[in-house]
Design a protein around this ligand. Structure first.
Ligand code: CNA
Length: 278
């Protein structure tokens, strides 16, 4: 249901009003929630976009169902499809987007309370968002270990295996090695539960490029306090966004929406500088 009535915090439900709110100095703790849609402009396919998403292009991997590629019980018996995908997605091949740069700029201005990302591409780090401001809710390719004995596997060896597209085995016990990415059927990193209260402390929540279908991440926007503006930058309306009086929907490519917000803030040159200097 769409909300009716005047917003509690914003002057009106618009990006202009969001910019005014930030300029007023009352939005000092901004929480940003991101998903695969923030990285599609960098050339990394998301899961669920029709035609271009990974799930609609996985037929060649002959999976029983698309999500199997990230399912821990499937991986135990068939690790190969995941490593075909890993070869495509491995960090180091892609450049952060304007939207990533905007998050780095928020951090530089001391306005970023916390960034929660579902992505495993490490592009927020690459953009310069400080590590202590990032919660990689679904882990990342940054480290890897044996799924049996849990011993860590060396980065350089991992890179060599992934580049060749073959399956690394533990040097200790010959078990399968997997990046510390959260698969379906696995618990989220402790960081997620330890830091999710930051969303309840936020003065403003920006949600960028996610279908909000994977839980518990998808419940983060619900943790924003009543009257706290939530702004969605996404191709489509998702989750419960739009149901609160201070929700603002900026539908379309997120880089366009983010550029528009930066312009309203008078940050265009700084944003371009940040992006160019990554
Ligand atoms: P998803 O379910 O594929 O949804 C992506 C959302 O972004 C959709 O609503 C799209 O409409 C939207 N979108 C796509 N491109 C743009 C764009 N340019 N501007 C604005 N919106 C856009 O992905 P979620 O992140 O919601 O799903 C959670 C999964 C996806 C996580 O576990 C991730 O690990 C996983 N994933 C990550 C990556 C990555 O690291 N880059 C890539 C693919 C999947």
């Amino acid at each position: 249901a769409s909300a009716a009535g005047p917003p509690a915090t914003l002057e009106e439900r618009s990006l202009e009003a969001v910019a005014d709110y930030i300029k007023s100095g009352n939005a000092r703790r901004i929480v940003v929630l991101t998903g695969a849609g923030i990285s599609t402009a960098a050339g990394i396919p998301d899961f669920r976009s029709p035609k271009t998403g990974l799930y609609s292009n996985l037929a060649r991997l002959k999976l029983p169902y698309a999500e199997a590629v990230f399912d821990i019980s499937y991986f135990r018996n068939h690790p190969e499809p995941f490593y075909v995908l890993a070869q495509e997605l491995y960090p180091g091949k892609f450049h952060p987007t304007i939207s990533h740069a905007f998050i780095a700029l928020l951090a530089e201005k001391g306005l970023l309370q916390m960034l929660f990302t579902q992505n495993i591409d490490c592009l927020e780090r690459a953009a310069g968002v400080p590590a202590d401001k990032i919660v990689e809710a679904h882990g990342s390719f940054a480290t890897q270990r044996c799924i049996e004995c849990k011993v860590e596997f060396p980065d350089a060896e991992m890179r060599a295996h992934v580049t060749r597209g073959d399956v690394p085995k533990c040097n200790e016990c010959k078990g399968l090695v997997k990046p510390d990415i959260t698969f379906f059927g696995e618990a989220l990193p402790r960081d997620f539960s330890e830091k999710s209260h930051n969303t309840a402390m936020a003065d403003l929540v920006l949600i960028i490029g996610t279908s909000l279908t994977v839980y518990p991440f998808a419940s983060l926007p619900e943790m924003a306090r009543k009257g706290i503006p939530r702004v969605l930058f996404n191709m489509e309306k998702v989750g419960s966004l739009g149901s609160r009086l201070d929700d603002v929907l900026e539908l379309g490519a997120c880089d366009d929406g983010i550029r528009k917000l930066a312009e309203l803030l008078g940050w265009t040159d700084e944003l371009d500088d940040t992006w160019r200097n990554i």
